[in-house]
Design a protein around this ligand. Structure first.
Ligand code: ATP
Ligand code: MG
Length: 353
C-alpha cells in the first residue's frame, strides 16, 4: 500500500485503503445484542481473521457487511461506501461464502456454476469456460457431473467457494469455511484462499480455530459476546496468549524437579506440574525470541537431553481458543477494555502464499 498523497483528502484516502471500516456497529435481536459496538479496519489486499466461539456474532457481523442484514446502530463502510446508503454499490463488489451452503443440492457441480455464471450475466460459453476452469482449479473436475448432494463435506465447501468467486470479487467473506472438515480438506481450502488473495481479493474470514486464522490471516480480531476483545497482527496476538504448550512425560518421576527448572529456563516460561507425577506442561510464549513454537520446543527438549533427563514422550499443542480466551479475559482489567496488541514489523499485508 502506498502512503496517501498529501493532496488527497485524508478521510477519502483512509476509506480507499481500507476494504472494511466499521465504527460502533450494532445488531440487536430482541434483547440480545448479537453485535455490540464493533470497530474494524480491514486493509485491502489482506486476509483479516475474525475469531470467536459459537454465538459470538461473527455471522451477524458478516451479514451486515455483505448488506444482507441492516445494522441497528453504528456505521460500516466497504471500500468507502456505506453498507446501508450505498448497498447496491457494495453488493457489486463483495461475495459471501456462507456458513450454510448456497449451491443447489440436486444440480451437478458444473450445472451449479454455469447457472450462477448465467445469473451473473455471463454468456453460456463464458459461463461454461469459467466453470470448467474453477472446477479444475479446485480439484473437482472428476466430480463435475455429479450431483452436489453426493459431494463430501470438503468438496462441498470447495464448490461453495468456487461459486462465490465466479466473478472475482474485490472482497470475499468466508464464514467458517472449514468448520467440520478433515485436515486434508482444510488444507485444500486454505490453498484456495491463498490463491484468491494472490489475485488481489481482500478476504474477511471468520473462524473458530486459532490455527486457521494463524495460517491465513495477517490481522485478527477476537470477538466474544458481540464485542472485539482483542485485535492485532497474528504475531502480536499469539505472543500475547502464548503460541502453544509443550507436554513432556519423563521416564523417572524423581527427575521432574530438575526437568521443571531446565524447561523453565529454556522456554523462559512458567512450567506446570501435571497430576501425573512424570508429566509437565510449559507454555511456549515467544517472549524474547523469534523462534517458532516447534523450534523452541525442540531446543527445550535438547536441553533436557543435555541435562541427562530421559523423556519418554512429548507433544506440542497449539493454544486452543479456550486458552486464547482465558489469556485475553485474564489480562483485561474490565470487561469493556480491548486488548490492543503491540504491532510488530511482521506481516502487515498479504498471506504467506
Ligand atoms: N436471525 C436471528 N434472530 C435472532 N437471533 C439471532 C439471529 N441470528 C443470530 N442470532 C443470535 O445472535 C447471536 C450471534 O449469532 P451469530 O450467528 O452471529 O454467531 P456466530 O459467531 O456466527 O456463531 P457460530 O460460530 O455458531 O456460527 C447468537 O446469540 C444468535 O443466537
Ligand atoms: Mg456463524
Amino acid at each position: 500500500m502506498g502512503s496517501p498523497s498529501p493532496t488527497r483528502d485524508p478521510i477519502m484516502s483512509t476509506a480507499t485503503d481500507l476494504a472494511i471500516e466499521t465504527s460502533g456497529l450494532v445488531k440487536v435481536f430482541g434483547t440480545n445484542r448479537a453485535v455490540d459496538g464493533i470497530d474494524l479496519r480491514v486493509p485491502t489486499g489482506t486476509v483479516y481473521g475474525v475469531l470467536g466461539p459459537n454465538g459470538a456474532g461473527k455471522t451477524t457481523a458478516v451479514k451486515m457487511l455483505a448488506t444482507l442484514l441492516r445494522p441497528d446502530g453504528g456505521e460500516a463502510r466497504v471500500f468507502g461506501k456505506d453498507v446501508v446508503k450505498d448497498a447496491d454499490t457494495v453488493r457489486g463488489r463483495v461475495s459471501l461464502t456462507g456458513q450454510y451452503a448456497s449451491v443447489d443440492e440436486d444440480l451437478t457441480g458444473t450445472e451449479n456454476l454455469v447457472l450462477l455464471g448465467r445469473l451473473l450475466g455471463h454468456t453460456r460459453p463464458a459461463a461454461r469456460e469459467r466453470s470448467a476452469q474453477l472446477l479444475e482449479a479446485f480439484g473437482l473436475s472428476e466430480a463435475a457431473d455429479r450431483q452436489v448432494k453426493n459431494y463430501s463435506g470438503g468438496m462441498r465447501r470447495r464448490i461453495d467457494i468456487a461459486a462465490s468467486i465466479l466473478n472475482t470479487p474485490d472482497l470475499l467473506f468466508l464464514d467458517e469455511p472449514t468448520t467440520g472438515l478433515d485436515p486434508r480438506s482444510r488444507n485444500q481450502v486454505w490453498d484456495i484462499v491463498r490463491a484468491v488473495v494472490s489475485q488481489g481479493t481482500t478476504v474477511l474470514l471468520t473462524t473458530q480455530y486459532l490455527d486457521e486464522a494463524d495460517q491465513l490471516a495477517s490481522r485478527i480480531a477476537v470477538i466474544d459476546h458481540g464485542k472485539v476483545i482483542a485485535e492485532g497482527t497474528k504475531g502480536a496476538l499469539k505472543a500475547s496468549v502464548g503460541s502453544g504448550s509443550v507436554h513432556v512425560r519423563l521416564r523417572e518421576p524423581e527427575q521432574r524437579p530438575h526437568a521443571e527448572r531446565v524447561l523453565a529456563a529454556a522456554l523462559n516460561a512458567d512450567v506446570q506440574l501435571d497430576p501425573d507425577p512424570v508429566a509437565l506442561t510449559a507454555t511456549v510464549n515467544g517472549h524474547g525470541t523469534d523462534l517458532g513454537a516447534a523450534e523452541q520446543a525442540a531446543r527445550a527438549l535438547a536441553e533436557l537431553a543435555r541435562a541427562g533427563i530421559t523423556v519418554d514422550n512429548f507433544g506440542l499443542g497449539q493454544p486452543s481458543l479456550d486458552e486464547v480466551f482465558l489469556a485475553l479475559t485474564d489480562s483485561r482489567a474490565t470487561p469493556a477494555n480491548v486488548t490492543h496488541t503491540q504491532d510488530t514489523a511482521e506481516e502487515t499485508k498479504g498471506t504467506t502464499a
